[in-house]
Ligand binder design. Structure first.
Ligand SMILES: Nc1ncnc2c1ncn2[C@@H]1O[C@H](COP(=O)(O)OP(=O)(O)O)[C@@H](O)[C@H]1O
Ligand SMILES: [Mg+2]
Length: 420
């Protein structure tokens, strides 16, 4: 039986574990100990930290794994790259993983390759004169921890008297000796799931994000389609291609963030991994790759790719090729319009506390794709500040995006979670 090593046992790795099992692979999962849902699905569990890449490589060698994978989080990507490279497996290289997991290295590589991105400076954490270095950047600014995700350690700053407080938040959220300060790009933010295989960008799927405004925006849901004018799609494609060259990225799923300002696309960041927060689900549904019991066809493709298979995402006879409208740039398939509209939202708590009641009265509907609760009555939960604080999710689809969103709202209205 072929073995897949999955880094992380959290909510966003569970679909990978399930997909791998469905495909007949033996699943080995590692995570720090804790109440993580992935453990119970795994064939074998290790309690090694997903960031301890040297220890994980030893396990991988000992187990003679055939593939290594993570998704939905940046922290384990470095380990994935390290193991894949050392064992000659498919995945991001160690260098790609390192660039994609450090916002300063990413910005430097983008600058070098002419990718459109916000103007920035790299600052050492012990640099007391850092304000001089950022004096020529235009306010407002973003102070950014380079190695966190889910908007932790990302702070918007409107005036110099906020610099110190912002820097302190960044320092509390980084394990490195540097951080990034960049200009705030005022515009329309959106994300995309994409895939690069053997150096060829296979597709880009832009999606809309439901964003909660805090220190920085925190997405709590997503939707597709997010149709953009063809010239913007082309620019998304061109900037992304350049960014992937900059990151030396050849073989992995991608999770990208962009902002459009004055008709131009700025790359915020690209992670060398599939997105969390129902995003691999979104791609599965939009492209009609199939979806069953929390596992999407896209999850399965990501797993098969990590196991060394070449993936044909869009065969001629697939429903998306028959029903959708492929958009080409320079003869390359860039995006497919007319996929299955869908939307997702996380359930969130407005306080720290314990779940005292959980009531789900939604009517069954074939367009409700998934209703998932991450906790049960009696569990301790956190006020929603970052994505992992979620209580669960609802995913719906529809003939139109409006239908999907309407059903999403109606379903959520029937779910009551009380927290004290
Ligand atoms: N330069 C910027 N201009 C405008 N908004 C930004 C900028 N950088 C970050 N943001 C906002 O902060 C969020 C988180 O920043 P990001 O760099 O994507 O870090 P994370 O790894 O936490 O997702 C973004 O989704 C966006 O809403
Ligand atoms: Mg981001």
């Amino acid at each position: 039986m072929k073995k897949l090593f999955i880094l992380g046992a959290g909510i966003y790795q569970v679909p990978l574990i399930k997909a791998a099992k469905k495909l007949g692979y033996y699943t080995i999962v590692t995570s720090i100990p804790g109440n993580y849902p992935g453990f119970k699905y795994a064939d074998k569990v290790y309690y090694e930290n997903t960031t301890d890449y040297k220890a994980l490589l030893e396990i991988a060698k000992e187990e003679k794994i055939d593939g290594v994978l993570t998704a939905g989080t940046d922290v384990a990507v470095i380990s994935q790259g390290y193991i894949a490279e050392n064992l000659g497996l498919i995945g991001p290289s160690f260098e790609t993983a390192q660039i994609s997991s450090d916002k300063l290295r990413m910005k430097k590589s983008y600058e070098e390759f002419g990718v459109r991105t916000a103007r920035y400076r790299g600052i050492q954490t012990d640099d007391e004169n850092y304000t001089e270095k950022i004096a020529d950047l235009e306010l407002p600014l973003m102070f950014k921890s380079v190695d966190s995700s889910g908007s932790r350690g990302i702070v918007k700053v409107n005036s110099p008297d906020e610099f110190e407080a912002a820097r302190n938040i960044v320092l509390a959220n980084t394990r490195t000796d540097h951080f990034v300060v960049e200009e705030f790009v005022e515009g329309e933010e959106f994300g995309a799931q994409a895939f690069i295989q053997d150096g060829k960008l296979e597709f880009i799927l832009p999606h809309g994000d439901y964003i909660m405004q805090g220190d920085a925006g925190v997405p709590y849901g997503h939707y597709a389609p997010y149709d953009l004018p063809d010239d913007i799609i082309e620019d998304v494609y061109l900037q992304t291609e350049k960014a992937l060259k900059a990151m030396k990225c050849e073989n992995c799923a991608l999770n990208a963030d962009y902002i459009i300002k004055d008709g131009k696309v700025y790359v915020l960041e690209i992670g060398a991994r599939g997105g969390g927060a129902c995003l691999m689900d979104l791609a599965s549904i939009y492209f009609d790759f199939g979806y069953e019991d929390g596992v999407g066809g896209y999850h399965e493709m990501i797993v098969r790719h990590a196991m060394g298979e070449h993936i044909d995402f869009f065969p001629e006879d697939s429903s998306i090729m028959k029903n959708g409208v492929p958009i080409f740039t320079n003869g390359k398939l860039v995006y497919i319009k007319g996929g299955v509209a869908n939307a997702s939202r996380m359930m969130r708590s407005d306080r720290d506390g314990v779940i005292v009641s959980l009531e789900d009265l939604h009517e069954p509907d074939p367009d409700i794709v998934s209703v998932q609760f991450d906790y049960k009555v009696g569990d301790q939960v956190r006020k929603f500040r970052v994505s992992p604080d979620r209580l669960g999710h609802v995913i719906t689809k529809g003939k139109t995006l409006d239908d999907a969103v309407d059903l999403l709202n109606r379903t959520l209205d029937k779910i009551h979670i009380e927290i004290e």
